[in-house]
Design a protein around this ligand. Structure first.
Ligand code: HEM
Length: 128
């Protein structure tokens, strides 16, 4: 299976289960909770869901609403070090398990999410 076939396999509901499981965990997390602060979590969940749907072969609502993703630029105002990256991915892994998706789409999503989270690291601790 290729990335663009994931949407056909799990549908909009698969992505919705994943992103709602992730955002349900954010507020109580001691690292990510404060980063999101009093941001609109429902809106954030919708942006992540639309982005993933577009990236994995579904309709391009994300592009229509937000334009080109430019994820590095859009994360530049958050301090993302290795610890924040690992925490983000660990909440996402828990959400992936909870969503019980078929194994091949789950594997493709996990790889992309892990690599993208690493790519978004923009800080290497106090001294840099
Ligand atoms: C590495 C750790 C990460 C942290 C700490 C983080 C944090 C955040 C925060 C605080 C926001 C603002 C919420 C909002 O109002 O939209 C955001 C937005 C977003 N994040 Fe992340 N993020 C991380 C990784 C990722 C990854 C791996 C992806 C994609 C696979 C991603 C995709 C997005 C998207 C699509 C948005 C909305 C961008 C927009 O259209 O404005 N993030 N992220």
């Amino acid at each position: 299976m290729e990335d663009y076939e994931v949407y056909g396999a799990i549908g909009a509901e698969g992505f919705a289960r994943l992103t709602s499981g992730f955002y349900r965990r954010v507020p109580q997390d001691d690292i990510l909770g404060p980063m999101y602060g009093d941001r609109d979590l429902e809106g954030a969940e919708e942006r992540l869901r639309d982005f993933l749907i577009f990236r994995f072969g579904g309709p391009p609502q994300y592009l229509e609403k937000r334009g080109h993703p430019r994820l590095r630029m859009r994360h530049a105002r958050f301090r993302i070090d290795g610890i924040a990256r690992d925490r983000w991915f660990s909440l996402m892994s828990a959400a992936l398990e909870e969503a019980v998706l078929p194994s091949e789409p789950a594997r493709l999503l996990r790889t992309f999410l892990s690599e993208t989270a690493t790519f978004l690291i923009n800080s290497h601790g106090e001294t840099s």
